[in-house]
Design a protein around this ligand. Structure first.
Ligand SMILES: Nc1nc2c(ncn2[C@@H]2O[C@H](COP(=O)(O)OP(=O)(O)OP(=O)(O)O)[C@@H](O)[C@H]2O)c(=O)[nH]1
Ligand SMILES: [Mg+2]
Length: 471
C-alpha cells in the first residue's frame, strides 16, 4: 500500500511551574526569595526527509507529545526544558489543518516547521523582586503546550511525470531510464502505486526524477479505474511525458489513446495544461518503421491543431522560442532501448530551460496560534462594528502585543495572546499574584481600553476564560 494521507495529533509540552522559595542559611533569619523558574515545554516540529517514501508510519502512531518542562526549584534552580519532538515526513508532504487549509508545504530537504509550540515556563518568585516588593510570595504557573490535529497530504515531488493508458509501457520505460525497478507485465494495472526513479547520466550532466503512476482510463479524472487517486501525484511535476502504445493496445489507434489521456489530464486540473508535455510513442519495435512514422505523423498533426488552438501544453517556449513540433514526439522502444537516449536528453533539456520555482515560495515557517486583528499605526483605538457587536482593537504604545476588547452580551471580552498568557500563568488563589497581574494588565493599557469601550466598575471582564470584576 502507498499511503499518501494521514491524520495526526500533536501536543507540545507544558511549561514547568515557577517556584516560591526563600533562602535558608544558618544564622540568617530571613533569607531573600530564591524560587527558580520552570522550564519551557518541548515543541513539535515537522522535518522533510528525502529518504522517506510515503506516510505509512502514521498508521502506527497518531499521537505525538513533546516533553513537559520541569518545575523550578529553590536555590534559584531553573527547571529543565522539555524535549522537542521531530516528526519526519517525506518530501512533498503538505501539512494542513482539519479545515484543509495548507499550513506548510515540505518541499525542501531538511525543511522544518513548528507545528506545536511548547508552553512557556512560569517565573519563580525570585524574578518578582522589586524596590517595593522585596518578598514576593507567589510564582507563575507554566502554560499548556499548543495542541492540534493535522492532516498530512503527500504529493510526490518529481521532475517528470509519466501519463498513459494501462499497459503502454510506462514502467518498462522507467526501468530503462532510471534506477527504479517497477514491476512490468503484460496486463493492465500492473502498477498499483506510484514510484519514483532517478535518471542519472553524469557524463551528460543529467540528473532528474521521474514518477510512474498506475495507468489512466477514460474517466480517470472522475474516478474510473485506479488512476484518479494518483493523478494528483503528477501535479508537482514540471514536465509530463505521454507514453503512448504505438500498437494501440486499447483497440483504437495510438492517436485516440493520446487524446483520452490528454482529456483526462485537462479534466483533472487546468494546471496540467500549463506544464510542458512531450509524447513518447512506445513499442516501436513491434511495428514496421512505416507504421511508426505514420502514427507519429498523425500525432504531430494533432499537436499542430492543439498548438494553433492555443493549448498551452504544446505551445510552450524553450529559451524564448517555440520548439518545432517534431521535437515533441519521439518514437522509442522501452524494450530494446531504441530512441530512449535522445528522449532522456530531450527531457533533460526541457527541464533545464524551465524557470526554477522561486526558492521558498511554497515553504512557510511556523503556525501562529492566535491571529489578532491589528490596526497599523496610531495609538488611538479603532472602533468598528463586527458580528459580535462593538469591536475595538488596540495597539498599545511600545512593543506590547496587541489585544482587542469586545462587548458580548454585557461582558467585556479581552483577547490577545500576551494578555491571555499573563492570566493563565497567574495563581488566581494568591492575592499577591492577583495584585501583580492587575498591575501588569494596567500597564498593558487594558484598564484604559476597557473604560473607553464603556466599561464601568462592577462590569464583568473575561480574559482567557476567567472572569474578573472591572474596578
Ligand atoms: N514490444 C514491446 N513491448 C513493450 C515495450 N514496452 C513495454 N512493453 C510491454 O508492455 C507490457 C506493459 O508494460 P508495462 O511497463 O508494465 O506497462 P505500464 O504502462 O506500466 O502498465 P500499467 O502499470 O498497467 O499502467 C509488458 O508486457 C511489457 O513487456 C516495448 O517497447 N516494446
Ligand atoms: Mg506500470
Amino acid at each position: 500500500m502507498f499511503y499518501d494521507r494521514a491524520k495526526i495529533n500533536v501536543t507540545a509540552g507544558r511549561g514547568g511551574n515557577g517556584c516560591v522559595s526563600f533562602r535558608r542559611e544558618k544564622h540568617v533569619p530571613r533569607g531573600g526569595p530564591d524560587g527558580g523558574s520552570g522550564g519551557d515545554g518541548g515543541s513539535i516540529w515537522m522535518v522533510a526527509d528525502p529518504g522517506l517514501r510515503d506516510l505509512h508510519r502514521f498508521t502506527a502512531q497518531i499521537h505525538y507529545r513533546a516533553g513537559n518542562g520541569r518545575h523550578g526549584e529553590g536555590a534559584n534552580r531553573q527547571g529543565a526544558r522539555g524535549e522537542d519532538v521531530l516528526i519526519s515526513v517525506p518530501l512533498g508532504t503538505q501539512v494542513l489543518s482539519l479545515e484543509e487549509q495548507v499550513l506548510a508545504d515540505m518541499t525542501e530537504p531538511g525543511q522544518r516547521m513548528l507545528v506545536a509550540r511548547g508552553g512557556r515556563g512560569g517565573n519563580g518568585n525570585s524574578t518578582f523582586v522589586s524596590a517595593t516588593r522585596q518578598v514576593p510570595r507567589f510564582a507563575e504557573y507554566g502554560e499548556e503546550g499548543e495542541s492540534q490535529w493535522l492532516v498530512l497530504n503527500l504529493r510526490l515531488m518529481a521532475d517528470v511525470g509519466l501519463a498513459g493508458l494501462p499497459n503502454a509501457g510506462k514502467s518498462m520505460l522507467l526501468r530503462r531510464i532510471s534506477n527504479a525497478k517497477p514491476k512490468v507485465a503484460d496486463y493492465p494495472f500492473t502498477t498499483l502505486e506510484p514510484m519514483l526513479g532517478v535518471v542519472e547520466r553524469p557524463e551528460e550532466g543529467l540528473l532528474y526524477t521521474v514518477a510512474d503512476i498506475p495507468g489512466l482510463l477514460e474517466g480517470a479524472s472522475e474516478g474510473v479505474g485506479l488512476g484518479h487517486q494518483f493523478l494528483a501525484h503528477l501535479e508537482r511535476c514540471s514536465l509530463l511525458l505521454h507514453v503512448v502504445d504505438v500498437t494501440g493496445y486499447y483497440g483504437d489507434a495510438a492517436l485516440d489513446n493520446f487524446r483520452v489521456i490528454l482529456g483526462e489530464l485537462d479534466a483533472h486540473t487546468p494546471e496540467f495544461g500549463r506544464k510542458p508535455q512531450l509524447v513518447a510513442l512506445n513499442k516501436c519495435d513491434a511495428v514496421t518503421e512505416e507504421v511508426a512514422d505514420e502514427r507519429r505523423a498523425e500525432l504531430l498533426e494533432e499537436l499542430g491543431r492543439l498548438r494553433r488552438a492555443g493549448h498551452p501544453a504544446f505551445s510552450w517556449e524553450l529559451r524564448e522560442e517555440q520548439p518545432p513540433l517534431a521535437d515533441l514526439v519521439m518514437t522509442v522502444s522501452a524494450a530494446t532501448g531504441r530512441g530512449v537516449a535522445s528522449l532522456v536528453r530531450r527531457m533533460g533539456e526541457v527541464l533545464s530551460a524551465l524557470p526554477q520555482p522561486p526558492a521558498g515560495a511554497t515553504g512557510q515557517a511556523g503556525v501562529d496560534a492566535v491571529g489578532v486583528e491589528e490596526h497599523a499605526g496610531g495609538r488611538d483605538p479603532q472602533v468598528e462594528l463586527s458580528a459580535g457587536g462593538r469591536h475595538v482593537v488596540y495597539r498599545p504604545r511600545g512593543r506590547h502585543a496587541p489585544f482587542s476588547v469586545r462587548l458580548e452580551e454585557g461582558v467585556f471580552v479581552v483577547e490577545g495572546e500576551a494578555v491571555a498568557s499573563l492570566v493563565r500563568r497567574t495563581d488566581l488563589a494568591n492575592e499577591e499574584a492577583v495584585r501583580y497581574l492587575d498591575m501588569r494588565l494596567t500597564r498593558l493599557g487594558i484598564d484604559e481600553a476597557l473604560r473607553q469601550a464603556g466599561a464601568v466598575p462592577g462590569d464583568e471582564v473575561r480574559i482567557a476564560g476567567y472572569s474578573f470584576d472591572f474596578e
